[in-house]
Design a protein around this ligand. Structure first.
Ligand SMILES: Nc1ncnc2c1ncn2[C@@H]1O[C@H](COP(=O)(O)OP(=O)(O)OP(=O)(O)O)[C@@H](O)[C@H]1O
Length: 255
């Protein structure tokens, strides 16, 4: 299933947040949204996922989600949102229970997503026993368990230290390479965007408008740490963003 954003605009009261955003999110691709603080990235993600309705424009779902998709548009947040009293397995089974899936059917799905996220040995651990990186893996496993058509990821690695972030990026690349998923991925971090994005959408400062869409053809599993090709793209992205970020920063100080 593809998603098409068609001329989306949105305001909160007098604050115009997004203006005339049109964008295609093709199935099997990771589309990264970058832009200065407060430009409306998370708002665009929420509108895409149907948590809010845009003031103008449409979010179109083109094609049908996978037949066994329990929740076609599934969010992954920065703060993991795990239930502390439930084990890893219990946190994942919860979303399946919500859809009436229990017993052997649930076990098969849980084993599959635990294996895909390298968590099989931690099924019975409680969240407090896990590092931040492992908690985010659980959140990703939980999202995969509902077989989403699109994963809407809001700064999923931002709460992690830089080494853990690198490890998780490798994991996401491995996960996508084994079985491509579709994602809209919000990040502040341009290194993360060039490592994971097939398409990088640069938004201006608020009201967020699309400045440029950069496609990166290099396969994800061939993009390494400190890859010179990616550094060139990253510099280009930063050139696009620098003035906008500076202006956004000054605006925040004037509030
Ligand atoms: N529910 C809301 N009610 C009122 N204003 C909101 C609401 N959600 C977001 N905003 C405002 O909309 C603007 C865009 O916020 P949003 O969180 O989408 O930006 P962002 O680009 O994701 O920011 P950041 O990079 O800092 O996370 C901000 O000025 C924010 O204060």
């Amino acid at each position: 299933m593809d998603i098409r954003l068609d001329a989306i605009s949105h305001s909160y009261g007098d604050t115009e947040v997004l203006r005339d955003i049109s964008l295609d999110i093709p199935a099997g691709r990771i589309v990264c949204l970058v832009g200065p603080s407060g430009c409306g990235k998370s708002t665009l993600l929420r509108l895409t996922g149907g948590l809010e309705r845009p003031d103008a424009g449409r979010v179109l779902q083109l094609g049908t989600p996978p037949a066994n998709s329990l929740n076609p548009l599934t969010f992954v947040f920065q703060d993991f949102a795990l239930l502390p009293w439930r084990s890893v397995r219990g946190n994942i089974s919860l979303v399946l229970e919500d859809h009436g899936i229990r017993g052997r059917d649930a076990d098969a799905i849980i084993s599959d997503v635990l294996a895909r996220t390298k968590l099989s040995d931690f099924a019975d651990a409680l969240p407090r026993q896990l590092s931040g990186g492992m908690k985010q893996r659980v959140a990703i496993a939980r999202a995969l368990a509902v077989n989403p058509a699109v994963m809407l990821m809001d700064e999923p690695l931002s709460a992690l230290d830089s080494q853990t972030r690198e490890l998780l990026m490798d994991d996401l690349v491995a996960l996508w390479t084994r079985q491509p998923f579709t994602s809209v991925y919000v990040t502040h971090n341009l290194a993360e965007a060039v490592r994971l994005g097939h398409k990088i959408v640069v938004l201006s400062r608020r009201p967020g408008q699309i400045c440029e869409v950069v496609d990166i053809d290099k396969p994800l599993d061939q993009r390494g740490y400190a890859d010179p090709d990616l550094e060139t793209v990253q510099k280009h992205l930063w050139t696009l963003m620098r003035d906008e970020a500076r202006a956004a920063d000054a605006e925040l100080l004037n509030v």
